[in-house]
Ligand binder design. Structure first.
Ligand SMILES: Nc1ncnc2c1ncn2[C@@H]1O[C@H](COP(=O)(O)OP(=O)(O)OP(=O)(O)O)[C@@H](O)[C@H]1O
Length: 240
């Protein structure tokens, strides 16, 4: 079933630009992005390599700041926030999932999640987070005893255990084969449905788009396309 989103934008960007100086050359990673993201929706962001996807995600997540333009999370102005405010924003509101899982090798799956829940304001239990991603039976395994897909699901459990308002995923299946990637996408789908966390997944892979409420395409630093799926497809039924 397609889950309606609330209609309230949680993120608002207008005229967002980001440039990097590389020696003599100025690289324009974002060239004026106008975007609203709505509470609870699952957005897939597509685009060729170099189109600006990671740059945009990093700005939404408070890991980077724009060169010009506006970016707001609710009433928090991320374009004007200082380092301390951005750190607090990330800690209190944002979960990240990256292509590489960044788990601590000497800690079990459960302990990797506990490392986050111990410092969160209103966490779910580590066991509940691991169960949500289908790893109930693997909680006491170390990363080296888990497959790539299982490690990524631990990383998702770690990201959602603090009940973030926003879950930002940069190529979460980039290092995985399609069967394993499907389980990771299913974990993200379940986490979004069950926790209501606004979710953005960036990918090169257009076949993932059918699992989204909304699909946004970036080309050359701007939004070149946007559509809403009439129904969200279960990622387990996607072929890619
Ligand atoms: N820290 C940086 N310094 C200089 N240039 C950068 C930096 N980060 C990104 N860029 C440049 O900005 C442009 C957009 O990069 P970005 O990583 O956002 O694209 P992307 O769509 O996520 O690409 P990919 O799919 O390959 O990860 C690219 O030309 C990239 O080389």
């Amino acid at each position: 079933m397609d889950r309606p989103t609330s209609g309230l934008p949680v993120f608002h960007t207008s005229g967002l630009t980001k440039s990097y100086q590389q020696g003599e050359i100025e690289v324009h990673a974002l060239r004026g992005v106008n975007l609203d993201l709505f509470s609870g929706e699952l957005v897939v962001m597509l685009g060729a390599s170099g189109s600006g996807k990671s740059t945009l995600l990093n700005i939404l997540g408070g890991l980077d700041v724009p060169t010009s333009g506006e970016v707001k999370y609710q009433d928090i102005d991320l374009s004007r926030a200082n380092d301390r405010e951005l750190t607090r924003y990330r800690r209190d509101y944002v979960g990240f999932v990256f292509q590489f899982y960044n788990l601590i090798p000497s800690l079990t799956a459960r302990e990797n999640v506990i490392a986050v829940t111990e410092i969160a304001r209103n966490p779910m239990s580590p066991e509940a987070a691991l169960e949500l991603v289908g790893l109930k039976q693997r909680m006491d395994h170390f990363p080296a005893q888990l497959s790539g897909g299982e490690q990524q699901r631990v990383a998702i459990a770690r990201a959602i255990a603090k009940r973030p308002e926003v879950l930002l995923c940069d190529e979460p299946t980039g290092a995985l084969d399609s069967a394993t990637g499907t389980l990771v996408l299913a974990a993200l789908d379940t986490a979004n449905r069950e926790t209501g966390t606004t979710t953005v997944i960036i990918t090169h892979n257009a076949s993932i788009a059918q699992m989204a409420d909304r699909v946004i395409t970036l080309s050359d630093g701007t939004i070149s396309g946007e559509y809403r799926n009439s129904t969200r497809q279960d990622p387990r039924t996607l072929s890619w």
